[in-house]
Design a protein around this ligand. Sequence first.
Ligand code: NAD
Length: 513
Amino acid sequence: ASQFGIEKALKDLGVMDINHGTSTGSSHFGSGEIISSYSPVDGALIAKVKTTAKEDYEQVMAAATKAFKVWRSKPAPQRGEIVRQFGEKLREKKEALGKLVSYEMGKSYQEGLGEVQEMIDICDFAVGLSRQLHGLTMHSERPGHRMYEQYHSLGVVGIISAFNFPVAVWAWNTALAWICGDVCVWKPSEKTPLCGVACQNIAVEVFKANGLPEGISCLINGDYRVGEMMTTDTRIPLISATGSTRMGKIVAQNVAARLGKSLLELGGNNAIIVTPDADIKMTVIGAVFGAVGTAGQRCTSTRRLIIHESIYDQVKTALVEAYKQLRIGNPLDENNHVGPLIDTDAVAHYKNALDKVVEEGGKIIVDGGVLEGEGYESGCYVKPAIAEAQPDFKIVQHETFAPVLYLLKYSGSVEDAIDIQNNVAQGLSSAIMTNNLREAEYFLSVAGSDCGIANVNIGTSGAEIGGAFGGEKETGGGRESGSDAWKVYMRRQTNTINYTTELPLAQGIKFDL
Ligand code: NAD
């Protein structure tokens, strides 16, 4: 780690002094049990973090609720100015935070920097948006009346995030929630608690420098039990939860039981359709990046390639060749393409997926396996694998959160390929590789892909912050980031004003008063 400047990064981010379990001194780091954060890169214990006990949680909620009253009264463009400053701070801390993301989560340093860049981008987007929280005006049917709608701040937004985007998902939510006048309480993944502490430190610095209460940005740490404190809490009108479908189903029920709102960003089972008119070179680049980037641990990772029989062998051969070039190793070393999985449990799931696909009759064409020896001491490095499979295999229907790519063959038309693609429980990202306009347009039509994201001649992986991000079916239906995703962080109010001296009643009803 020292070779890659990790200690310096930890120090810059103020997470060094929580080593050995001592608190950073912020009231938001609790008195609960301790989580030890181990790096999947080299297996080292990075630091320990105290979790949030029930009493700590009550303190956090008191601070957040109080801060909301201050924050919501600030004009939205002034809130935008604070988010602008936060974006500037992120620019200063980009290298340090990118490094911590890489070291604690295991994605490449380049991807770590990319994640911080996404945070910066959403801040820029939010700053502009802070002057555009528009409602509509409507023509009233009554004379002398004016009708319009406006958006008000919602309150405390609870954010629950996954390990694989340990900082960006928080920023996607907070940057928008903040300009909307909400305050945020964040529970990061228990697998990446230091990323949470580092981000909180950056936010606190900005709010403090502006004489604003720290409760506008709150951090709580711990596992699902701490998450459940928020999902069952009637003081939190909106829960934004990112993670597995299993988690989403529990969170959705807890939030719905109290008629709260939830924004769910859950698992995907993303496919690229490769038609006879595809550019094979582009297909291979898109598929390899989508399948092995972040070691297959993106919600938008490419899991399935649905290839027309006429070009199947050609695509298969090109993929096998491309996989031979992949270098697996320390993600902080820019020469490597594939880093480790998050932990040894993830390695067990990966191995299980490879066993299952063979049991169900599939054929492994690029061998998997766990790497051992020098540089692989953490036990989390695995070989990206490719298997030939059938669309209805149980394992293919399931999201395998690891670098395992399933090749599926179709014959017939693009409709047949789309049927295979849509015939899974998840609906996040999808793509078609084709130079045929009719196929491309059909794929994007109402009869085409049923996913929240549908791309043409781009892979499934990643997304720009300017578009609304999210997916259908078991992916949860939520949308965050760009477009009009901000609306979920606000409450809509319809206002009617009568500027006459008469009060006409609805449905012609008259009172003789
Ligand atoms: P996970 O579901 O295990 O955990 C996610 C978060 O939910 C963690 O913070 C966890 O502590 C919390 N949690 C778990 N159970 C909870 C409960 N009952 N109540 C409240 N909180 C609870 O997911 P993970 O392994 O960290 O992440 C991987 C998964 O996340 C994959 O399925 C991936 O596709 C998905 N993901 C989706 C998106 C998206 O935008 N659609 C983005 C990133 C990751």
